[in-house]
Design a binder for this molecule. Structure first.
Ligand code: HEC
Length: 143
C-alpha cells in the first residue's frame, strides 16, 4: 500500500510541476516578467546583438543613426511599428516585412523627404538570416 501511495503522490507532484512550468512559460513569453500586451514585438536579444554588429560592419550606420539624430537616411530609433509616410503619398506600418523589404529593395518604398540613395545590393552581400538580424536590431530600437 505504502509504495502505491508514494507512487501516486510522486505522480501528482510531477503533474503539478509540469502544469506550473507550462503556466509560467505561457505567461512570460516576453521575458520581461510582465504580460503587457502593448509591447509590439518580442525581439530576440541575441539576434538584435548580431544585427547591431552587422549594422556597424556593413556600413549602415554611415547613413542611419540609432538615437534620433538626423542623417542621410531616417534614424532607426522609433521606426519599428511606426507609421511611415512614403514619397508616394501612402503610409505603411513598419512591421518586420516592411523593414526586411526596405533592406533588400530600398527603392521600392521611399520614405517621404528622403532620396533613393541607399545601396540596393545588400541583398547580394547579406544572407537572409543576417537581414533578419538587422531587422531584429531595428525592432529593438522601437522605443
Ligand atoms: C548611403 C546611405 C545609406 C546606407 C549606407 C544605408 N541606408 Fe538605409 N536608407 C537610406 C535612405 C536615404 C533611406 C530613406 C529612403 C528609402 O526609403 O530608401 C533609407 C531607408 C532605410 C530603411 C527604411 C527606414 C524607415 O525609416 O522607414 C531601412 C530599414 C534601412 N534603410 C536599413 C538599412 C540597413 C539595414 C543598411 C545597412 C545594411 C542601410 N539601410 C544602409 C540610406 C542608407
Amino acid at each position: 500500500m505504502r509504495t502505491i501511495a508514494e507512487a501516486g503522490l510522486a505522480f501528482a507532484v510531477v503533474l503539478l510541476l509540469g502544469l506550473g512550468f507550462w503556466l509560467y512559460t505561457g505567461e512570460d513569453l516576453g521575458g520581461d516578467g510582465t504580460t503587457d500586451t502593448t509591447t509590439p514585438v518580442a525581439v530576440d536579444p541575441e539576434a538584435a546583438a548580431r544585427g547591431m554588429q552587422l549594422s556597424n560592419d556593413t556600413g549602415c550606420l554611415a547613413c542611419h543613426s540609432v538615437d534620433g539624430t538626423p542623417s542621410t537616411g531616417p534614424t532607426w530609433k522609433g521606426v519599428a511599428g511606426a507609421s511611415r509616410p512614403l514619397e508616394s503619398g501612402e503610409s505603411v506600418t513598419a512591421d518586420a516585412a516592411y523593414l526586411f523589404n526596405s533592406i533588400v529593395d530600398p527603392g521600392a518604398q521611399i520614405v517621404a523627404g528622403y532620396s533613393n540613395v541607399m545601396p540596393s545590393d545588400y541583398v547580394d552581400q547579406l544572407t537572409e538570416a543576417e537581414i533578419n538580424d538587422l531587422v531584429a536590431y531595428i525592432q529593438s530600437l522601437a522605443n
